[in-house]
Design a protein around this ligand. Structure first.
Ligand code: CP
Length: 305
């Protein structure tokens, strides 16, 4: 059987065309409920230079459920980075301890650099404000499950579109399909100009608003994000925009029954816990789908899927 993903890195959704995205999602569906020991004897190097709950633990769960093992660190301060070791050297060393590496790092481009340092497959677990491609795969998987398709949807991105890497990754993939896009953000937190230029080159357009109330009632997907406090160079600017949005059961009443509410989590004040029991919410399913998606990726990249 042809294994087009074996040995590859998973750095950015820009590297995958529509056919490959559809193929990956089809493989994820096949992995639902699978816990065969496909990765027995394999080791995942899990290098988290930034905090994480979902990404790190769902990778660990995925690896263990397939019979593999993990090693790594959850805090760069406990690694030799603290003594001045470069990322390049860290990767060159860790590649000798494992078969595949997942890295989360605050610097944009760090995952690509890590991939250049090693012949082991490298997975980007989030690089600064740039990309978070495994989150995108689980977002797409969740959207497809809820809406039944990835095309001809009315999709709104709400919140911090400037620093939110989950948004950057997901838009790139949803643009591969014919969809209608709405962007809702405070004036200072729109998509970065390089990203907008990229979308313009692809002929992708969106309708932009500052308020959720302006979105069409027949919206299919509302993808809400946290204002990314840790990315703001100026804390005063963060304080100014931190409470820009608060989605509540009342504020989503005007939307139709088909609305799905997604959020990559963690949340702060933008997502009222009273929405958790709303039939349109899918953010905990979304987080749980991280395991099947990451099981699939680990198996495919290691040539075992
Ligand atoms: N969605 C997400 O990336 O969550 P963590 O930061 O907890 O991994």
């Amino acid at each position: 059987m042809i294994q087009p993903f074996a040995g590859r890195d998973f750095i950015s959704m820009r590297d995958f065309d529509r056919g490959q995205v559809e193929d990956l999602l089809a493989r994820c569906r096949q992995f639902e409920g699978t816990s065969k020991p496909l990765l027995n004897g394999r080791v995942l190097g899990s290098l988290f230079f930034e905090p994480s709950t979902r990404t790190r633990l769902s990778f660990e769960s995925a690896m263990k459920r397939l019979g593999g093992q993990t090693l790594g660190f959850t805090d760069a301060a406990t690694s030799s980075t603290e003594k001045g070791e470069s990322l390049w050297d860290t990767i060159r060393v860790v590649e000798g301890y494992c078969d595949i590496i997942v890295i989360r790092h605050p610097a944009e481009g760090s995952a690509r650099l890590a991939a250049e340092a090693t012949t082991r497959p490298v997975i980007n677990g989030g690089d600064g404000s740039n990309q978070h491609p495994t989150q995108t795969l689980l977002d797409l998987y969740t959207i497809e499950k809820r809406a039944g398709r990835l095309h001809d949807l009315k999709i709104a991105f709400v919140g911090d579109l400037k620093y939110g890497r989950t948004v950057h990754s997901l838009i790139k993939s949803l643009c591969l399909f014919p969809n209608e896009f709405y962007m809702v953000y405070p004036p200072s937190l729109g998509l970065p100009s390089y990203f907008l230029e990229d979308l313009q080159e692809q002929g992708i357009q969106s309708t932009d608003f500052e308020n959720v109330e302006d979105l069409p009632e027949d919206l299919d997907i509302l993808y809400l994000t946290r204002i990314q406090r840790e990315r703001f160079p100026d804390p005063i600017e963060y304080e100014r925009v931190r409470n820009s949005y608060q989605l509540t059961p009342d504020s989503v009443k005007r939307f139709s029954d088909k609305l799905t509410i997604l959020h990559p989590l963690p949340r702060t004040t933008e997502l009222d816990p009273d929405l958790d029991s709303h039939p349109g919410t899918a953010y905990f399913d979304q987080a749980h789908n991280g395991v099947v998606v990451r099981k699939t990726l680990l198996a495919l990249l290691l040539g075992a899927g």
